[in-house]
Design a protein around this ligand. Sequence first.
Ligand SMILES: CCCCCCC/C=C/C(=O)SCCNC(=O)CCNC(=O)[C@H](O)C(C)(C)COP(=O)(O)OP(=O)(O)OC[C@H]1O[C@@H](n2cnc3c(N)ncnc32)[C@H](O)[C@@H]1OP(=O)(O)O
Ligand SMILES: Cc1cc2nc3c(=O)[nH]c(=O)nc-3n(C[C@H](O)[C@H](O)[C@H](O)COP(=O)(O)OP(=O)(O)OC[C@H]3O[C@@H](n4cnc5c(N)ncnc54)[C@H](O)[C@@H]3O)c2cc1C
Length: 652
Amino acid sequence: MSAKVVVSKRRNVNRQAIFLITLWPFPEDFFLSDPELKSKVPLEYLSHKEKYEEAVRKACLLFRKVIQLQNEGKGGMDNFREVLGGQLGSAILPDGNPITLHYVMFIPTLMGQGTIEQQAEWIQKAWNCDIIGTYAQTELGHGTFIRGLETVAKYDPKTEEFVLHSPTLTAYKWWPGGLGHSANYAVVVAQLYTQGKCHGIHPFVVQLRDEETHEPLPGIKIGEIGCKLGMNSTNNGYLGFDNVRIPRNYMLMKNSQVLPDGTYVKSPSSKLTYGTMIFVRVVLVQDAATYLKKASIIATRYSAIRHQSQIKPDQPEPQILDYVTQQYKLFPNIASCFAFQYAATWLWDTYNNITEELETGQLDNLPELHATACVLKAVSTADAAQGVEMLRLACGGHGYMTASNLPSTYGLVTAMCTYEGENTVLLLQTARFLVKMWQNKTNVYKLPTMKYLATALNRATPFEKSVEWVIAALQKTAAGKIDLANRHLNERVAKGQSYEDAWNNTSIELVSAAEVHGRTIIVEQFYNTVQGYKSRVSKELGTVLEQLLQLYAVNAALRCTGDFLRFTEVLGKDITVLQTWLEELLSQIRPNAVGLVDSFDMRDEILSSALGCYDGNVYERLFNEAQKSPLNAEPVNKSYNLYLKPFIKAQL
Ligand SMILES: CCCCCCC/C=C/C(=O)SCCNC(=O)CCNC(=O)[C@H](O)C(C)(C)COP(=O)(O)OP(=O)(O)OC[C@H]1O[C@@H](n2cnc3c(N)ncnc32)[C@H](O)[C@@H]1OP(=O)(O)O
Ligand SMILES: Cc1cc2nc3c(=O)[nH]c(=O)nc-3n(C[C@H](O)[C@H](O)[C@H](O)COP(=O)(O)OP(=O)(O)OC[C@H]3O[C@@H](n4cnc5c(N)ncnc54)[C@H](O)[C@@H]3O)c2cc1C
């Protein structure tokens, strides 16, 4: 990954706003210049079935090109990351990629849960796309509570096979991407039974369709789940088993095993089964940043083009970018793009370091990684979804146009709040670990993301207008909220509630405490990154990065004013200082706003937006897009003579 310097020479930027961002040396042109990767007809005018068929066509061409690059020695995983991610991937397949799960979950699960022998058996086939897989865990009746999954895999020692069965309709797998008509294999998560005992959920490789004809195999009931809010070409499917037999070695046995005679060999930790979910949650923080960048570029450029109303009666209509309320909608989201990008980079490095430890059997850091992946996925996706919607609203009616690409971007980003662990559920997972650390602080100083819990509660944090104060105040607030929630837990238990009931009755506080903890991590990573850059970039860039950091921090503080007043020494007058600080920052960032979003370096073909185009010709593009509506192919639609005319005549 080589750093590239992107120079944006827009007029209203301090001459050169040089934003040092690390760009993958990724050959975008190789994909974007391929006419076969462009749709002849805008997707919004295709049927549900046509959308899927067009997506499969493009997805196959896309991955064929990636494999070609790989065979030519021009990049590897980075290229897959680009075509699967929220930038190029969602530009070429805005309604979702029906093969994503093959790369994002099927192959990673084979690698993470398969023995060396199983990896040798399956991974080359998967990389060659001799087989196409998905990850089938969620069922019609269960998504969150995976210990409650109903699909069963019963071991038959006589034939050394597992028999997979869906005992109820709610046991049908429901949601897996690509499952409907694309994948011919799946990792299926099922309750393992052997020698009459249930050993909980385990991953199994199951062939779903004939590798030649693609016909569903005997005992496999499979199809697509239907239209959704968005991602309608992801081919999310359903899957039911009617006593389907698979060989014993189709159980992925890296962590636990079933021997030929049916003996069950326990995993060193049941948590290792959950590994794939951590990986995707880590990846999703980057995608949250990417989707928010896309919407920020569109809305900020449009706000520089759109003139509306008057600030002063005797002056021409200003750019809407000059309204402070518009700046308040745009600029904190731009700052969040940087915050989530830096958090994603740090989390990715942390994940890779701890995954290497797991390979050596060292599990110590897994709980903190799980808790951190949960909270950063939850906070970044929720903020990104809220931010994209805010940016759409900031564009008025034209933000509601499909041609703006904001509705589609919202459909993609909001789904992230649900999949890979619904956000509330994940925040509660983080709260579970925070409370555990709070109740036994002896080792908390060993945890990079939580060591502040050891001292924050009793540390004086007199107000000052600085990012350092915001971080200290967030830490003190998080510690205060965890402490209070823990006390309420204990009070409820003391009054006779079970711990589980006490936990449920305290869960609103617990979710809130986890969220503040997450924001603490994000601000701190942003701060550390900017400190690291300052000595390496121009004075102008350092100033702009500092402004963005301050804006992100003060906005995070203003979201917490109630809790700051409860848990820190801050006073009402200090909140007024924060508000004024925010307004000063909006004004300071205004001259660089367009340069900042230009630094995200997303081409028009990636933005796919009539509002976000680099040349600013918004109105011509909107009008040209309207001509693509099939309704405009003829001046009078047939419904006039069929329905409207008779209706009108009947009223006369
Ligand atoms: C380009 C990107 C495209 C992405 C496309 C993605 C498409 C979407 C795919 C999917 O959605 S796949 C399905 C995702 N489903 C989920 O994430 C399910 C969410 N639910 C869970 O993870 C678990 O049910 C739970 C909520 C964590 C509860 O787990 P459990 O029932 O086991 O109970 P607990 O007692 O809470 O946990 C037990 C123990 O295990 C630890 N733990 C839980 N999860 C993990 C994990 N992933 N990794 C490590 N450890 C984990 C938990 O902390 C507990 O530990 P202790 O406190 O007992 O020590
Ligand atoms: C676009 C998309 C793609 C997906 N792709 C896949 C895939 O490829 N493979 C796959 O296996 N799954 C996939 N999923 C399924 C996804 O993982 C589940 O939707 C998710 O785990 C939530 O489970 P659920 O939908 O059953 O909601 P439930 O678990 O029923 O939860 C519903 C609501 O109940 C509340 N709730 C549930 N449990 C708790 C709790 N413990 N505490 C507090 N509140 C709670 C929350 O408000 C939650 O939103 C996908 C989902 C979507 C939307």
